[in-house]
Ligand binder design. Structure first.
Ligand code: SF4
Length: 284
């Protein structure tokens, strides 16, 4: 290798390191552990992202958010079929199945949360996502906007997604419960039991390659366990043949920022598995 080529290679590595530091700072991590790499295969992910975006996958519930303010739901959100909320001309089978499921949920009153909600919070993102996040339940902002993870915790989740080289629209995001528990209290076991079939159906339709459970309720619901998230996180489990990473909920991270580094470790494993499964390098 000539001196010029070495200079170019070093410049490219430095550029990649600078980008990585910027991302990790954005993710809220101010210290970086350096380990000996197996290979110096540092590649910008912009081409991959452009490739992903060019797939033009429609956004089942995110193009137009429900913004019905404080109007009580039921008949109001039920009158807005998903097809009216989108400008998608080509609908895949998965999109139609999600739409049917959403329409079913719009009139759901299986538990008492259905009466109190402002909007149903169905889910948002790419209906053919390879990565699907599952959270707990809508909070105030989500209830008002009809979309999961739109408050401060949602902004942090978006940073987490971007930190692994993806965009929010690349993934699918849903909660265990589709209606807001009053006062943001924890979901009750009977509410989870009644609502869980909807989440399972969403997973069945989307068929993600990798799942990520955010927090205790999502992890315990999908893995049928009582084990705390602290002991489940950091490694892949199995959900009906789909690898599922368990990690802390972004709302927990807002209260416990020191644990962001643990989530970053978990998400790097998700990123690496996605790279492996897709044959593409998502590393920045
Ligand atoms: S939380 Fe789930 S089960 Fe309860 S009313 Fe809402 S959609 Fe139905």
């Amino acid at each position: 290798m000539s001196a010029d080529e070495i200079k170019k290679e070093l410049a490219s590595i430095l550029r990649a390191v600078r980008i990585r530091i910027e991302i990790e700072k954005g993710f809220g991590i101010d210290t970086i552990t350096v380990s000996r790499p197996n290979k110096l295969n540092v590649q910008r992910s912009s081409n991959l992202l452009a490739e992903k975006q060019s797939m033009k996958t429609p956004d089942i519930d995110g193009r137009k958010r429900q913004t019905e303010g404080t109007n009580k739901r039921s008949s109001k959100d039920a009158t807005k079929p998903l097809s009216d909320q989108t400008s998608v001309t080509e609908k895949g089978e998965g999109v139609q199945m999600l739409e049917t499921l959403r329409n079913e949920m719009l009139v759901c009153h299986k538990c008492s949360l259905g009466k109190a909600r402002t909007n149903l919070v169905f889910g948002v993102g790419n209906p053919r996502a390879t990565l699907m996040f599952v959270g707990e339940a809508p909070g105030r902002d989500e209830d008002l906007q009809g979309e999961p993870f739109v408050g401060r915790a949602g902004q942090l989740l978006t940073k987490i997604i971007e930190a692994i080289g993806l965009k929010r629209n690349d993934v699918y995001i849903a909660n265990v419960l589709k209606c807001r528990p009053p006062g943001n209290r924890a979901p009750l076991p009977e509410e989870i039991v009644l609502c869980m079939p909807y989440l399972l159906k969403q997973i069945e339709i989307i068929q993600p390659k990798v799942l990520c459970a955010l927090g205790t309720f999502a992890a315990q619901t999908l893995l049928s366990t009582k084990a705390p998230v602290g002991t489940l996180r950091g490694r892949f489990h199995d959900y009906k043949g789909i690898p599922i990473m368990v990690t802390f909920h972004p709302a927990y991270l807002l209260r416990n920022p020191n644990d962001k580094a643990k989530v970053w470790e978990d998400m790097k494993k998700v990123r690496d598995l996605l790279s492996e499964l897709s044959g593409k390098d998502l590393k920045i």
